[in-house]
Design a protein around this ligand. Structure first.
Ligand SMILES: Cc1cc2nc3c(=O)[nH]c(=O)nc-3n(C[C@H](O)[C@H](O)[C@H](O)COP(=O)(O)OP(=O)(O)OC[C@H]3O[C@@H](n4cnc5c(N)ncnc54)[C@H](O)[C@@H]3O)c2cc1C
Ligand code: SF4
Length: 552
């Protein structure tokens, strides 16, 4: 039998897509092929174990080892994947090969892009800064707004509906988490600076307690996160479980431990199915499908296209113009720390996640230099109350130890621009999961260090305003590929983009890419809400196609 839709990967992109299709057309035949296996979610015993052992549930299951890439090969250590260029992009910890994909370990920060993000090339050109490599999106913020709204409902975002940082037509499904005491210090400093800095509640995918229509418990702000025994943090695996356990979708099939090797085609524009390796049965399987959706993430999706249908596409599907896998971006993430010499409020982390964001520099005015956002993350608790009491410390001693000082932090994400030389390809080796290892080539742009100096200057001013001790400032930048994107960019022009505005690969009639790889540019914020909006938009497009087909 021919499946109507084959989806490669089972992350949030796949989950949003199939949920919308099935809700509207419950008997659609869909097969999801997922390279990874399943782990336990929503298991209260793991929470109880945490209470006794202090071991976070996520760590307890050795999830990191079971689904992460290894670090790159080192002189003294075996590793995985290959890297060349001047700026290493670590893959270890940047994605999870699992049923439910990377949202099993994500933070849940759920930002919309801003209007100007959809017009990167035009805006940089207006400033005389456009390189040949950056492009505009073929759609606008207004086109995506209704899908952002749907996406916020789908992943259960708690946010401030009054905040007009990004124009919105409807409300968030859940109210924002309140600012913490420590946020108050930053807010005070932002307001008192000679040029005040604007800030807002950070929108985050943690179900609140007013949603009537979901099987996920509300967030209890236990602060555990990375794993939520209540299912309050959005994790695609939980939503997939809901679909599978519902009796409503008889033709949905999810096959785990199925590593897709190749998309199969009979003519240059038409895919017939995929070939995958069934790890459990140790056999190769060909499966037929009318539409193929590559939702394998921004690293694996281009790799899959590059190794597929070489008899028809010499350089891989959609790659006659050598665009697939290029223009890779990874958001640089910065960390700054300082010390407040006194802590009269006895500040300790109140939540396991941040509640304050400043998108002040995520603006049209800053776009040509690379926008950035700043977040006050929860700092680590200085105090282990149980241990202090156990060691015989008095109440006064404990209070004094907290009041001595406090570490404060500002973290953030900087926008960088796509360059053709930065890319992802397959190596000739497979890893311990059976997937082809990844080769990353990446060079940071020449202006990046200057931009970071500017950012550091801004952060220092904030810390100084707070009375924090400057000497304690630590700077580190992580280029890890958590937000890898743009490797199969969207453009209506096949000369510059791999997929069209409907996410269909140019030159094909039935292969779609549903991944951060289809972003035309990345902006300064976490990508997943935008990805979910794109998935829901694609679902709408496919539903129209299916309806037309049925009426023919
Ligand atoms: C530590 C961390 C924190 C993050 N926090 C945030 C955040 O706060 N906010 C935010 O917006 N984003 C965040 N992200 C990014 C977010 O996780 C991703 O944007 C999102 O999960 C991508 O979803 P996806 O469905 O495209 O891909 P994935 O979730 O990566 O799913 C792809 C799936 O495809 C499978 N697959 C791959 N290749 C094959 C193959 N050949 N055959 C079969 N299956 C295959 C994989 O096993 C995987 O399960 C974070 C990322 C990390 C690493
Ligand atoms: S803080 Fe909320 S989302 Fe996180 S583990 Fe606790 S209940 Fe779950």
């Amino acid at each position: 039998m021919q499946t109507e839709i084959i989806v490669i990967g089972s992350g949030v992109a796949a989950t949003a897509l199939i949920t919308k299709i099935l809700e509207s057309r419950p008997d659609t035949t869909i097969t999801v092929l997922e390279a990874g296996g399943k782990i336990k979610m929503r298991d209260f015993a793991l929470y109880q174990n945490y209470l006794i052992s202090n071991k976070l549930p996520f760590d307890h299951q050795n999830i990191y080892d079971s689904c992460y890439d290894l670090a790159y090969q080192d002189r003294d250590k075996p590793g995985e994947n290959a890297f060349s260029g001047d700026t290493e992009i670590p893959m270890n910890g940047s994605r999870a090969f699992l049923y439910g994909g990377s949202t099993v370990h994500w933070g849940g920060w759920a930002f919309r892009l801003k209007e100007e993000d959809f017009k990167l090339r035009s805006n940089l050109k207006a400033k005389g800064k456009a390189t040949g490599d950056v492009i505009d999106w073929p759609i606008s913020y207004a086109d995506l707004e209704p899908f952002y709204q749907e996406a916020e409902d789908f992943i259960g975002v708690s946010g401030d509906s009054e905040d007009q940082t990004t124009a919105r037509l409807g409300k968030y499904p859940f109210p924002a988490f309140p600012f913490t005491l420590e946020d108050g210090l930053f807010i005070d400093a932002f307001n008192k600076l000679p040029q005040p800095i604007s800030y807002a509640h950070l929108p985050i995918a943690r179900y609140g307690d007013t949603h009537s229509n979901n099987s996920h418990g509300p967030c209890h702000t236990t602060g555990l996160c990375k794993y939520c025994p209540f299912g309050a943090r959005f994790v695609a695996a939980n939503n997939l479980d809901d679909l599978v356990s519902s009796a409503k979708y008889p033709n949905l099939k999810i096959i785990t431990n199925a590593i897709v090797e190749e998309i199969l085609m009979d003519t240059k524009d038409h895919a017939t199915g995929v070939r995958y390796f069934d790890k459990k049965k140790n056999i190769w399987v060909n499966i037929q499908g009318k539409r193929i959706i590559a939702a394998a993430g921004a690293i694996e999706t281009p790799k899959l296209l590059l190794r597929s249908a070489k008899n028809l596409w010499e350089n891989g599907i959609g790659n006659d113009r050598d665009l697939v896998g290029r223009f890779l971006i990874s958001h640089p993430y910065f960390f700054y720390k300082a010390v407040l010499p006194k802590n009269p409020q006895m500040l300790q982390p109140e939540m396991g996640f941040p509640t304050l964001v400043s998108r002040h520099f995520d603006s049209l005015e800053e776009q040509h230099k690379g926008k950035f956002i700043m977040i006050n993350p929860p700092s680590s608790p200085k105090l282990n109350l149980a241990r202090s009491m156990g060691s015989g410390k008095s109440r006064e001693e404990i209070i004094k130890s907290i009041q001595n000082n406090a570490t404060v932090q500002l973290q953030g994400i900087v926008e960088v621009f796509s360059e053709a030389r930065n890319r992802v390809t397959n190596t000739k080796k497979t890893n311990r999961f059976g997937l082809w290892e990844t080769k990353i080539e990446f060079w940071k742009s020449p202006g990046f260090e200057d931009r970071m100096k500017e950012i550091e200057g801004t952060v220092k001013k904030i810390f100084e305003q707070m009375g924090a001790v400057d000497v304690g400032i630590e700077t580190a930048i992580s280029w890890r590929a958590d937000h890898a994107a743009c490797t199969t960019r969207m453009s209506s022009d096949p000369e510059v983009g791999v997929v069209d505005q409907n996410l269909k690969i140019h030159g094909t009639s039935n292969i779609y890419v549903c991944s951060n790889s289809s972003f035309s540019s990345l902006g300064a914020v976490n990508p997943t809400l935008t990805l979910t909006a794109l998935s829901l938009r694609l679902a709408g497009h496919l539903l129209t196609e299916l309806k037309t087909e049925a009426n023919l």
